[in-house]
Write a protein of this length. Structure first.
Length: 282
């Protein structure tokens, strides 16, 4: 009996040690899990892609001095979409969206977060929010586009960044595409049983910010998104005081819905036009 008890105690210690090691590993690796920036892409290749689409590469500086890479595609300079990309993406990953918006008279501006191809530094929740603010300040300052003529569009990780950004600014509207209630919730699903609320350095609590965001907002989400389930989009749309949901099927997380889904594209463009009509052109 004593031998069995000793064996069970020993097994418990082994399991506890393994679980603690697992938690420590998750803690150490979380930056790469939350911000998996693509590698092997330099400014030369990004500049070449910009030239292909007619965008102008730019360098910005965040408020903490971090140098950032950005693209601007000019469609007349009277209204703009500020696009905040998802993780594992570059500024070149939205070329289809840029073409779509350019055809409909929208300037397009995208910034590479710190630690992503073209930009300096290492990403963090606070850092990428600074990067988004630097992009906003450039669009409304250097480019001279009025705040009320700018729509912020955040996709996936960028949706969490966008909800951070709009706490302190007043754009014409907010687009959230294929994004989450919180990274904390996603982490809890991925690592059940771990105290993720204590381990996670970048929780992106969009669930706390959405109910206080009074901006006109539209949420695009696919029922077939296996990375961020559609219930996240449904919840966000219902929690935003002036939010609406465009739910489509047949598209995965990596697809830009405003480009790949005709129903989403038509509703997106109509919604944008209602926020800043083409008639605002000087």
């Amino acid at each position: 009996m004593l031998g069995l008890l000793a064996a069970l105690v020993g097994l418990g210690l082994v399991l506890a040690t393994a679980w603690a090691a697992y938690g420590a590993l998750v803690y150490q690796l979380q930056d790469g899990l939350v911000f998996p920036a693509p590698g092997g892409i330099d400014r030369v290749s990004l500049d070449a892609a910009a030239a292909e689409i007619g965008a102008r590469p730019l360098e910005l500086e965040a408020s903490d001095g971090t140098r950032l890479y950005a693209w601007h595609r000019d469609a007349g300079g009277h209204r703009a979409v500020l696009y905040l990309h998802g993780n594992a993406e570059t500024v070149a990953g939205s070329m289809g969206l840029q073409r779509l918006l350019h055809r409909h008279g929208w300037d397009f501006f995208a910034v590479a977060y710190r630690g992503y191809p073209g930009s300096e530094g290492a990403p963090s929740e606070e850092g990428v929010t600074r990067d988004a603010r630097a992009a906003w300040d450039f669009v409304t300052g250097e480019l001279g586009i009025p705040a009320e003529h700018v729509v912020v569009h955040g996709r996936s990780l960028g949706g969490g960044v966008a909800l951070h950004l709009v706490e302190d600014i007043e754009p014409a509207g907010l687009v959230l595409e294929s994004t989450f209630r919180s990274v904390l919730e996603l982490a809890g699903r991925t690592a059940p049983g771990l105290p993720t609320e204590r381990l996670l350095r970048h929780p992106f609590r969009s669930d706390l910010r959405a109910p206080d965001c009074a901006l006109p907002s539209i949420v695009l989400h696919s029922r077939d998104d296996a990375t961020i389930p559609v219930d996240h989009g449904r919840w966000l749309a219902s929690s935003l005081p002036d939010g609406e949901l465009v739910e489509v099927g047949g598209h995965g997380h990596g697809e830009l819905l405003a480009v790949r889904s005709r129903p989403a594209r038509e509703r997106y463009l109509a919604w944008l036009e209602a926020r800043v009509p083409e008639a605002v052109r000087p």
